[in-house]
Design a protein around this ligand. Structure first.
Ligand SMILES: [Zn+2]
Length: 64
């Protein structure tokens, strides 16, 4: 999830709602926003993904 805002001069900013990092600032086009958002590797999501993976490994080894 990203929070896009528009500046008075018509350029855009976008911020990640998971880690609250500003990904792009004063970007000219929405296309560029899309690209910046796609390239964002979210530390919050990466961490959540790691935890989920560890839990599934833990539950698997318990079942064995
Ligand atoms: Zn993020």
């Amino acid at each position: 999830m990203y929070n896009r805002t528009q500046n008075e001069n018509g350029s855009y900013n976008t911020r990640c709602l998971d880690c609250f990092i500003t990904i792009a600032f004063s970007v000219e086009t929405e296309k560029e926003l899309d690209q910046r958002e796609m390239r964002h590797i979210c530390p919050e999501k990466a961490l959540a993904g790691l935890l989920v993976r560890e839990q599934s490994i833990a539950s698997r080894s318990l079942a064995n």
